[in-house]
Write a protein that binds this ligand. Structure first.
Ligand SMILES: Cc1ncc(COP(=O)(O)O)c(C=O)c1O
Ligand SMILES: [Zn+2]
Length: 419
């Protein structure tokens, strides 16, 4: 059997492969403090002996071409909406600004619900189904819940309850409803989540930390980002990766994937991992600067980047940053907006949270911290199309006037006369 069980990311305690939704019992105290995520442990020697990397090159059926390194062992329970297999592209305007010809974005906006979260729920909800759960719940600022609802309906589950942040976008709440889920907007979502899991038999398709509840099976789906990048770079590992982080799984997941490729002798190093946060909400950055093992709480977080505006995160991503020799870095609102604009000028419409990774890379390039020949990958996590109000704020809407050729030429900056 290639799965050994679950391991605590903090104390290495080992558990059997069972539904454990409250973190490591040895680390969490009664008040829920010290939450430590469990992670799936594999027997890499057993996996290596049966692995054919050629299979990884065959795109199709979502994340499941990497099934040897995913927790689900029952192929009949696999759910896919065609997630993954996203493009690794060089955004023209960003490459020009940074002078880096090998700066790529891993464009996760083309996933079925337009966010990288689809990899999470493909793995997590498939596990829910194979474990016999018929009900799924999640807490969300938007992307996570919309994706959870889509995969719950794809799995034919009986009920999906999504607990939404008060500022979550209306469109995402509507998506949840259209997918057949129930969206409830609540200030204090955690106590409801806890009761739904303990008393109503719901499976929590949420991150394991910083909340002391969640599934260890979702983040496994994010490892496939690393596997795809490896294939797309022709069997190479990038020098650096920039990830926008909140709970931290957006960095921990790919990092675990790269680490597994080392364990399988497919790679001899990990990329240097950079976690990027808004300056108005930077608990990882503060914790990294102080060399802490846990992520502090940042009171009163503020940023346009709602999807990564969490006041704290989990320790596993912080440890991954230390282990990779990387850092946690913050970017201003102006830098985030500049990155949204440069990505749009490159042809990619992304939400501010996604653009934070690119803003982090631009900042590092301008500070002279990136060599011009380095291969840099920025994880671009979600589409701007799901945040119409936010996108609209970035546009100087011109006053409507009766169109005339003089007016059109003036506004478009055309100085040539008609031919
Ligand atoms: C668009 C986007 N980017 C990044 C993140 C951060 O992911 P994580 O909380 O796993 O670090 C999120 C999480 O909701 C997100 O929606
Ligand atoms: Zn532990």
């Amino acid at each position: 059997m290639s799965i050994l069980g679950l391991t605590c990311t903090r104390c290495d305690a080992q558990y059997s492969m069972e539904p454990m939704f409250f973190g490591c019992p040895a680390c969490v105290d009664e008040a829920g403090a010290g939450a430590a995520a469990l992670t799936v442990a594999y027997d890499y020697r057993a996996i290596a002996s049966g692995l054919n990397v050629e299979d990884w090159r065959r795109a199709g059926h979502g994340i499941w071409r990497f099934d040897a390194l995913l927790p689900l062992r029952d192929p009949a329970a696999q759910i896919s909406l065609g997630e993954g297999n996203t493009a690794l592209v060089r955004p023209r305007a960003v490459c020009e600004t940074t002078g880096l010809s090998n700066l790529y974005v891993k464009n996760e906006t083309t996933n079925p619900t337009w966010a990288f979260k689809d990899r999470f729920h493909a793995s997590s909800v498939s596990m829910a189904r194979s474990l016999g759960y018929a009900r799924v719940t999640a807490s969300t600022t938007g992307n996570h819940g919309a994706s959870a609802a889509a995969y719950s309906t794809a799995a034919g589950l009986e009920s999906c309850i999504i607990l939404c942040h008060p500022e979550s976008s209306m469109l995402q709440r509507d998506m949840i409803a259209l997918y057949g889920g129930h969206a409830f907007v609540l200030e204090d979502r955690f106590q409801y989540l806890d009761t739904l899991i303990r008393d109503y038999g719901y499976y929590p398709s949420t991150t394991m930390t910083p909340m002391p509840t969640g599934t260890p099976f979702g983040v496994e789906g994010y490892k496939t980002i690393a596997f795809e990048i490896f294939v797309q770079l022709g069997g190479r590992i990038p020098d650096r990766m920039f990830c926008p982080i909140a709970a931290g799984d957006a960095l921990y997941g790919p990092w675990k994937g790269f680490s597994e490729m080392r364990a399988l002798n497919l790679a001899d190093r990990n990329p240097v991992m950079h976690g990027v946060q808004p300056a108005g909400c930077n608990p990882y950055v503060q914790s990294f600067r102080q060399g802490l093992g846990d992520v502090i709480v940042h009171p009163g977080p503020s940023s346009i980047a709602l999807s990564i505006r969490d006041d704290t995160g989990g320790p596993a991503a912080l440890q991954a940053i230390y282990d990779s020799g990387g850092d946690a870095t913050d970017v201003t609102e102006e830098e985030i907006i500049e990155a949204v604009r440069l990505l749009a000028r490159s042809g990619y419409l992304v939400e501010p949270s996604s653009a934070a990774s690119v803003a982090g890379a631009i900042k590092a390039a301008r500070a002279g911290r990136l060599a011009s020949d380095e291969t840099v990958v920025c994880l671009v996590t979600g589409s701007g199309a799901k945040w119409p109000e936010v996108m609209s704020e970035l546009v100087d809407h011109e006053a409507p006037v009766e169109p005339s050729w003089e007016e059109i030429r003036a506004r478009a900056g055309l100085d040539d006369a008609p031919q």
